[in-house]
Design a protein around this ligand. Sequence first.
Ligand code: PBG
Length: 320
Amino acid sequence: MKDRPRRLRASALIRGMVRETTISPANLIQPFFARPGKSQRRPIKSMPGCFQLSVDELVKEAKKTRAAGVPAVILFGIPETKDAAATSGTDPNGIIPTAVRALKDRVKDLLVITDVCLCEYTDHGHCGHVDGDRIANDPSLQTLARMSLAHARAGADMVAPSDMMDGRVGAIRGALDEAGFEDLPVMSYAAKYASAFYGPFRDAAESPPKFGDRATYQMDPANALEALREVELDIAEGADIVMVKPALPYLDVIRRVKEKFGRPTAAYCVSGEYSMIKAAAANGWLDEKRTALEILTSIRRAGADMILTYWATEAAGWMG
Ligand code: PBG
């Protein structure tokens, strides 16, 4: 036999030499949920190991994340109040601007990314403004732009719109440029699917829609060409990094986006991807560390440059 692939699998050393895909803490982004109050660490039931954190606790956790070698965090807000206009989301002293200022002040050398979306701040839980039973696209753009500006003014290093309204990257880019934030990058949730895998997150962010669902703005899981169109539009509007979300069920989409556009590409390994492994591990059915590292490596192999994952800090530890 001339070809014997097993020759290059004979030892850990030789396997290391021929390994095609690498993953390191530098590729990871840790999501956090910020809430009002002090000394608050509220466990999120459906996401074991994750917490809603008051800003003082968030600072402590972010220091651990940075010390583990993870360069960036992404923040989600649980505001004091919600209303139809998402007022708390554009407040310069709201939960996210407050958290951003604290992190920039107290954690050295950390990239602070903010999620920009209305669903965390609206009483109806939709990602845009509501007009009757419709989600009104264009009126939402201005609010998203104002939210981005509030985050930028607080010192955010990057904004990440996750609402899936048409034209929001352009609206946000325009508002940032006009206010002198032309160097602030935008990471767009460009191909974001209407996914059942967000279930546990809606517990975490207390943001399930009160009526209907998100299928009129998030993408149909059956579509991949449409994802390429979404990414193309966001790049044309000024997105610096494009994201595919969720990750594991959409590895083909990650691959196609990376191949077609060659842009810095992020993948969001979402709450359901995390919680299903946690649940199986708690039952002794899967080895969490090995499974998580295999999933994260696969997402990199598919073409993602960076991965947003609830495992980020812990996985950085596993990577040594
Ligand atoms: C807000 C948003 C969601 C997630 C990130 N940003 C929820 C949703 O769209 O329903 C999901 C993240 C996760 O499940 O880990 N629009």
